[in-house]
Design a protein around this ligand. Sequence first.
Ligand SMILES: *Cc1c(COP(=O)(O)O)cnc(C)c1O
Length: 399
Amino acid sequence: MYVTLCEVRYNSGMRPTYLEVNLSQLKQNLDNIRAKVAPAKVLVVLKANAYGHGVDGVAPFITPFADYIGVAIVEEGIHLRKMGITKPILVMGGTLREQLPDFLDYDLTLAASSLDLLTAVDQLAQSTRKQLKVHLKIDTGMERIGVREYEAEPLIEKSLACSQFVRIEGIFTHFANSEVSPSYIEETASGEEEEILRTDIVPASLQLERFQEVLSIYEKRSVPHPPIRHMANSGATLSLPESYYDMVRPGVLFYGVYPARDIEKTIDVKPAMTWKSKVVYSKVIKPGRSVSYGSLWHAEAETRIATIPCGYADGYFRRMTNQGRVIINGRSYPQVGRVCMDQFMTNVGADDVQVGDEVTLLGNGITPEELADWAGTNEYEVMTNISARVPRVFVGGVQ
Ligand SMILES: *Cc1c(COP(=O)(O)O)cnc(C)c1O
């Protein structure tokens, strides 16, 4: 049974700066995704510390509701096995030959991204007489890892000839641009809006076609395709039902964030993380005094400055210097002066903000999109960048 923490209290040793993760919201997001994609299965992506949410709390809670688990690297798969997770786990990223024994020892599913890797793992499985599950990785336009659609035939041939120890359970590919439309609007020098057709991007429809081409190899040979064909990331889960096949792999969407600003929100999801802290120092400064390293901000008039015990070492980007905002006592205040490694300052004006007042850095109206804009990055990096120094507190799990 999963232990629910319904109340967040300060306990000695826990920082006042912490990330609250609402497990019920994650479950709701998963339920809503499932309702849209059924009967396709859902692979829950738990890579990168569960997109920063804290895999140690998210994994035990969510895995009973997942059909498959996805991680990026073998170490993440081993970590989940050591936690006692028994659901199938696909290691989606690239794998080195020397890492193959870990797949056998920890019952992890290999993304076979080259003929060499598939051959090597077949040999290893035979010599150790251990069973292994494999998903063939096809590259239809990402040019990252995988066998390109025009060279897939030998991979499939080899997969059909693998020993009894290797089970070819799946075949998959990954979108490069599922959330981007091939045209976009740009303002010209004269101020007019012009529609630009991007010819340099590989549209989702072309990748879908290429994947279909690979799958037709099975048809031509009158052999069954691997039982789990999958392709859709968050963008495609929202907008491209033709790409669902047997399973979808929505990452950021499961965490309640849309993969692009202009994408149609065909599934209702909400963020599950709230980043909180407490004012650790509060004082009024004189006009003309500067705040923080490099003196990048000066007080024009007497004003109150509140210090927050959170910095770029916690994942509050240094790039947000003089850009960010926080909420204290229900009001929004600007971050001022250089963000330091472990602290930053906010200008609260004439308001009575005192030591110990609760601060929200993300959530309660501050969206991951806003943080991404302030930091000049995307929502994915905002979430995955919240460092290990920030304790994760899990609330709202099912009893
Ligand atoms: C990370 C990842 C996903 C999830 O991507 P989102 O954009 O977060 O939905 C899906 N498939 C693969 C192979 C990935 O590496």
